[in-house]
Design a binder for this molecule. Structure first.
Ligand code: GLA
Length: 375
């Protein structure tokens, strides 16, 4: 780290020399623009920047995971872990009962292997993006618990076995806890067809099936809004119950769909709480849209205000993640660069990443880089 720190000091010295040689009457537009002050710096690839701490991942489409595409090249440069954005979800792998479609998922796994990257598997059990046949019979009625459980076992066993040794961590269950409930009365997401059929038993079973199919894969429970008190306590109780009952679970995935307003205290409190469970933590779907609220005016331009907000927020977040790097074993962005994100709406761009629409480092990238180098 010291060598890199020196490099950034050397850069600052060069800037000062250049500045002192310039005509004092001449005002450089670059130096007046706070967002341009970093642009002479050399970007250290993210995977090298964070090498001592955790793998850095991206969620990808199969088209992006090709060596000849600009996205593939950005992946090769910056990332050491991949997650399939959609093509490993139940409706992508087994849309029709008994007929598996592997081509897209295989493409991502092969690209990762070719480039010495890890793969996070996402996701085995979810109420969303899952085919209707998993839940309903031909009359539209919910299956019996026996039928649904058998189908869950078959799906998990087939998928995990296929990628045994290639997928190192699985999001075994996604989003099973009820989201908004300040009084803590409703624990599980009761509108999930899985829950309607058999209550929370599917959660326990999913972990057991996954462990049987690949004893070496790390098994995660993954959810959003996990840093808020009303939800983190439910996740804590769930994971504690699973562990107390001998259900194999290795970690908790915090999706990390955070915002430029995200509270440092919320993240730290959550990590402190989950640490007591003796599990790994992975940030599985990190993105940070530039708006402070849904009511803020739409923009298709990345303004200096947005840049400033992201510099502050991303620096805070990575500073915290580095503080907890003894328990954090992966940090994955839910995309590569600002050109492709689920957060964009017509006329309203979210610009949520460290790489821009051309997959080049943004000013916030250098802010994070300097933070890491100066620790
Ligand atoms: C959730 C899911 C992901 C993805 C994102 C948004 O967080 O876990 O698979 O669908 O929403 O796209």
């Amino acid at each position: 780290m010291k060598i890199n720190k020196k490099t950034s000091w050397a850069f600052m010295a060069l800037v000062l020399i250049a500045w002192s040689c310039a005509d004092p009457g001449e005002v450089s537009p670059e130096l007046n623009d706070p967002d341009d002050e970093d642009m002479g710096e050399i970007a250290i690839p993210l995977k090298e920047l964070f090498e001592a701490y955790f793998p850095i991942g991206a969620a990808v489409t199969p088209q992006q995971a090709t060596a000849s595409s600009p996205h593939g090249q950005a992946l090769q440069t910056h990332f050491s872990s991949l997650t399939a954005e959609n093509v490993m979800k139940p409706d992508a792998l087994q849309r029709v009962k008994g007929q598996y479609t592997w081509t897209n998922a295989d493409q991502i796994v092969q690209f990762a292997k070719d480039n010495n990257m890890k793969v996070r598997g996402h996701t085995l059990t979810w109420h969303s993006q899952s085919p209707d046949w998993m839940f309903y019979d031909e009359n539209g009625d919910l299956h019996t618990p026996e039928v649904a459980m058998k189908q869950l076992e078959e799906h998990i066993t087939t998928v995990v076995s296929r990628y045994k040794g290639d997928v190192y961590a699985w999001d075994v269950v996604n989003e099973a806890m009820f989201d908004w409930d300040p009084n803590g009365q409703i624990i599980y997401r009761e509108d999930s067809p899985w829950f309607k059929i058999m209550g929370p038993a599917y959660i326990d079973s999913a972990f057991v099936y996954a462990r049987r199919a690949d004893p070496d894969a790390k098994l995660f429970y993954n959810d959003y809004n996990s840093i808020f008190s009303w939800k983190r306590n439910k996740i804590y109780d769930l994971v504690k119950r699973l562990k107390d009952n001998g259900i194999p679970i290795d970690g908790i995935g915090l999706q990390g769909h955070w915002s430029v307003n995200t509270s440092e205290a919320d993240i730290r409190t959550t990590l402190d709480l989950f640490r007591t469970l003796d599990v790994e933590i992975q940030i599985t779907e990190l993105d940070l849209p530039v708006y402070t609220s849904n009511d803020e005016a739409d923009s298709e331009v990345y303004t200096s205000t947005f840049s400033f907000r992201q510099k502050v927020a991303y620096s805070m977040i990575f500073n915290v993640l580095l503080d907890y790097s003894d328990i954090i074993t992966n940090v994955t962005f839910w995309g590569i660069g600002d050109d492709h994100t689920w957060l964009d709406k017509p006329g309203r761009k979210a610009f949520p990443f460290l790489l821009d629409e051309e997959l080049q480092p943004k000013p916030v990238y250098f802010e994070v880089q300097n933070l890491v180098l100066n620790r």
